[in-house]
Design a protein around this ligand. Sequence first.
Ligand code: XBP
Ligand code: MG
Length: 248
Amino acid sequence: MALQALVFDVDGTLADTERDGHRPAFNAAFAHAGLPWHWGVDVYGGPLSVTGGKERIRHFCERHDPGFLDRPDADEAIAALHADKTRRYVAFAASGRIRLRPGVARLVSEARATGTRLAIASTTRPENVTALLEAGLGHDAPGWFEVIGAGDVVPRKKPAPDIYTWVTERLGLPPEECLAVEDSSVGLHAAVTAGLPTVVTRSPYTVGHDTTGALAVLPDLSGVTLADLATLHDTVHPGSRMRPGPTH
Ligand code: XBP
Ligand code: MG
């Protein structure tokens, strides 16, 4: 079954956005709101296991500041914190200070040159994706991706398969004809459960993650050609859908 489309995860896969991008944006929003919360580099791996910024803040409150959730306006307060965090992250990403990971730009350009379709499946806000793509690949880059699945377009975020299913349905392709590129066990689980063969390029926060079910685990995409990915993809036969590994 020929490879028709590459579906990229964003955070950790297109770029290492978490430690110096999302994390400080969360912290700045917390400080601006007068909250004593701070997610250090080492502890951020904990909150990061919950995908989605609003969900991550709520999960943190449940464990460390449950009184915050007793406020009658807790939902609105979390939404406002997250909106502030998003403004800060978008400004940082748009400044170009987040470099794309090795091989990403070359692979995207090879896909465009050969007519391989491109899509995004992420749990982050769509404006974050646009800012990162524009700064990393150029102003027109968001338009190169036929489908951008991001944020709250599906109610259940990764590790649920929903965002990958949402994307492949909009591409009009069977999932088996796509290849997902992910960095985390939750992302891998989402993609594989949706039926996409998946390559993992580990990122600093996901080095210890379980990669059971991945087609390959690579340090990054440098030196990886579309032909390499097509060859890997060819090893998956229809009907032998891979089983997701456990998540952490
Ligand atoms: C990574 C995530 C996101 C971001 C924050 O998404 O888990 O939640 O850390 O995003 P992916 P928001 O790896 O799927 O790209 O604050 O915008 O929700
Ligand atoms: Mg990721």
